[in-house]
Design a protein around this ligand. Structure first.
Ligand SMILES: [Zn+2]
Length: 232
């Protein structure tokens, strides 16, 4: 028996309850133990996840915890490991319409997916025909739209773009396409593309098209764009 240093009784620190989508409650023997565990959970997001996993959270919920984060209001909540799952075209289209500022969804797609944090749909990718006619649309696909929710705690969407770019490239390969491309403005870092193993293959001078992640404005005439591709 472990003796609690705060109350001198048998130490009790367990997961009492988990509510959908990401709230949880810890049961402790005393207030002191509760304070101590709350402090630990808020100061070490990854350690907190490991601790909750050791306490059986993954088995309890059937999901895998990624980190414990502050939801912005001071509440500690569960950040689940992101999962990429099929969604219908109409779901993706509605998602983009709602969350992609100024940028309407394309009229069709070859394929796409949603990315979930637990049961919350936090992002979508839509992969379709290349916008530039020079590409053979039987062999080349383009990430036409990729967007993540911005109305949630940013931690919940962390790494989501990279995972969707990575998935899109693997899926294009699986479906027999020879190449996948996408565009960013030269001013964008492309950090999530790089993290997913994409590279810049060409810089287009002075174009003013849209990119999947950012809608141009009329004021941005003549900006340079990078075209990216994923190595297969
Ligand atoms: Zn105690």
């Amino acid at each position: 028996m472990q003796v609690c240093p705060y109350c001198g009784e048998a130490e009790l620190i367990e997961i009492l309850e988990v509510w959908s989508p990401r709230d949880f409650q810890i049961e402790t023997c005393c207030y002191g133990a509760h304070e101590a565990v709350s402090e630990f959970l808020s100061e070490d997001p990854k350690g907190a996840a490991q601790w909750l996993r050791a306490k059986g959270l993954d088995d309890l919920t059937g999901r895998r915890v990624r980190r414990v984060i502050n939801d912005g209001s001071g509440q500690l909540v569960i950040d689940w490991k992101l999962t990429i799952e099929p969604v219908s075209f109409s779901t993706a289209k509605a998602f983009v319409a709602q969350h992609h500022r100024h940028c309407p969804a394309p009229a069709g797609w070859r394929f796409g997916a949603g990315i979930f944090n637990g049961e919350d749909l936090i992002g979508c990718v839509m992969v379709g025909r290349p916008v530039a006619r020079a590409f053979d649309s039987a062999r080349v696909v383009e990430v036409n739209r990729l967007c993540l929710r911005t109305d949630i705690a940013p931690d919940l969407a962390w790494n989501g773009c990279s995972q969707l770019y990575g998935w899109s490239a693997r899926e294009a390969h699986k479906r027999g396409f020879e190449k996948i491309i996408t565009y960013t403005l030269e001013s964008e870092s492309g950090v999530s593309l790089k993290a997913a193993g994409w590279t810049i293959e060409h810089t287009l001078k002075g174009r003013s098209w849209d990119t999947p992640s950012r809608r141009r404005t009329n004021a941005s005439q003549g900006v340079n764009k990078n075209r990216w591709t994923a190595l297969q």
